[in-house]
Design a protein around this ligand. Sequence first.
Ligand SMILES: *[C@@H]1O[C@H](CO)[C@@H](O)[C@H](O)[C@H]1NC(C)=O
Length: 116
Amino acid sequence: MQWLSFLTAVTLVLRGVDAKAVFAHFMVSNSVNYTSSDWEDDIHLAQEAHIDAFAMNFAYDQGDEPQIATAFSVAESKGFKLLFSFDYAGNGPWPQDLVIGYINQYKSSSAYFNYQ
Ligand SMILES: *[C@@H]1O[C@H](CO)[C@@H](O)[C@H](O)[C@H]1NC(C)=O
């Protein structure tokens, strides 16, 4: 079983409203060997811990695309949320078109975290 020990929970205080969302910073490269079952386990643990979403942190050109797709598929089925944290330190800056492409591909997913 995978644990969430590598996650750092952060709290986002939404301006002007009495609402908070709790995100866990998820290093996608740690999930290179994940199956759907591993994603289900991590998301289940996160939901039990009242975490609202995983901030999916991943660097350019590190082969994380399959895990992003699996994570969204599982998150959609479990009513969980994800958002992107494009890492510009791990492997240099992301090409703009790839960032836009990821957002366009997943922005309408029921699992994508939207602010308000
Ligand atoms: C993924 O599996 C390979 C082969 O077993 C292993 O060498 C590697 O450390 C694993 N990566 C992670 C992040 O668990």
